[in-house]
Design a protein around this ligand. Sequence first.
Ligand code: NAD
Length: 362
Amino acid sequence: MKTEFNIAVFPGDGIGPEVVVEAIKILKIIESKLGLKIMLNEAPVGGAGYEATGHPLPDASLDIAKKSDGVLLGAVGGPKWETIDFSLRPERALLGLRSNLGLYANLRPARIFPALLDASTLKREVVEGLDLLVVRELTGGIYFGEPRGVVTNDKGERYGFNTLVYSESEIERISKVAFDVARKRNGKVCSVDKANVLEATGFWRDIVTGLHSQYSDIELSHMYVDNCAMQLVRNPKQFDVILTTNMFGDILSDEASMLTGSIGMLPSASLGEKYAMYEPIHGSAPDIAGKELANPLATILSVGMLFKYSLEKEEPNIWIEEAVEKVLGQGVRTADIMSDGMKQVGTKEMGDLVAAELEKIN
Ligand code: NAD
């Protein structure tokens, strides 16, 4: 069995480096518990990549990612780079990593920790027991479609445009991921589209329906994205696996994060045929960077997914979730999930407490 691994570590910008440091603490404890040897290869991406090399995704960083068994990413972006050319903005590093590594399947679990039931902005009875998974297509759709741009027409008026395009094979491979993962969960897939308005997503619906004939054990439903946005806050427990396009998945998973208490709680895995990347779903949160206010739990939970999907080790994910639940159960909270009667801690202290609980698990 393989015991030596290479992990690419891209802390990025803003709170990225702060949360990644805490996640690495957790990774190292598991490394020693399982007797593994994990080489961590750190490199700049995003604004940090731009500052170091003039490009948000330096070739050397991409190279490190391609030689890794998995990538751990913090977050990229910040006001400092908001005025530079689009092609050089930090966020281009994300799109570059996703497309260069072929990371077409983004898995975003939204599960509520019992200790956080009262941290959600929704009523306890609406979210208690919530456990859904958003399967978002990640390398196609309107975020990648060509043509795109801002141009001036012959009447001198400027206009902006993007293209929503999906091929049959792109829809089939992401649908397969959703159906396969639903088999290991509660056997339900809800495909979300806007088939009543957008031809490309009507096509999406047809292809998903066609593939479903190979998955007769899975219950398939379809929902328009506007209805899904509403249902997520009305009755989120109706969902098991939500299968959707790149842009709809981006928006719906941020919405789903709030069901669990905070965007600082949601991990993600981006998977392709050959490579994989793990990151919290949140951004670089420049408003709280450097203030010890960032919740590191989403990144810590992403490490659990890394062990599960890339290193093929199931237990660490369970251990990490257990350690997080224990710490939250002790009434410890970062600012974003703080409520009356709880003890507020900073980013580092939260990481230390989870690490201490993890050490105790045999
Ligand atoms: P954001 O996710 O960074 O922040 C949204 C809000 O959530 C902010 O109020 C922030 O303080 C809070 N928040 C986020 N993560 C938190 C955490 N771990 N703990 C506590 N609070 C947290 O989104 P934004 O403000 O729209 O974007 C900021 C920058 O991040 C932009 O440059 C954007 O492009 C970039 N971004 C990057 C990624 C990524 O790297 N994957 C994703 C989204 C946005």
